[in-house]
Design a protein around this ligand. Sequence first.
Ligand code: MG
Length: 203
Amino acid sequence: MKIICIGRNYADHAKEMNSAVPTVPMFFMKPDIALLRPGTPFFYPSFSKDIHYECEVVVKIDRVGKNIAERFAHKYYSEIGLGIDFTARDLQEECKKKGHPWEIAKSFEGSAAISKQFISVEGIDVNSLPFSMQQNGTVVQNGMTSDMIFTIDALISYISKFMTLKKGDLIYTGTPAGVGPIAIGDVLKGFYGEKEMFSVLVK
Ligand code: MG
């Protein structure tokens, strides 16, 4: 199972990170052991002093595909979840400065929180879906999938040029503005509209 994460897919987040808005999608990967099973606390790792949350819409691939045309991409998923791309921002800044890969900042154990439930995309417009995240009861991120620079279908098409997508692969589709640090004791809750999708305790 692969976990593929999109960087800078919302202009407002690219701006808050002082990053250029991309003209083609940018992606990186997390290993399977990065997946934080629903109901499991996130343990603040000792190697970072600045872990950030990034709430993201997660697409679950349910069919094998390679070189998928954008117009057929919708046939490769039927459910979406919601998750957090946990990021060691201090290590990421170092990686960026040195031109190093991002793995130590992005791909560590437990860095991909995922909702227990996935919702069916049947009858809903995945390109017009509101989602949000609360930190200790305060809304910190308010996203709308229509603000994605590259749509879910465009992302699937692009990624599948480079690697075969398989059933069970997860695509974290990027985060909107409002990312920020977490602290031990925090409770992070993600929502589609009013529907609670995940609740993660930071330990
Ligand atoms: Mg992210």
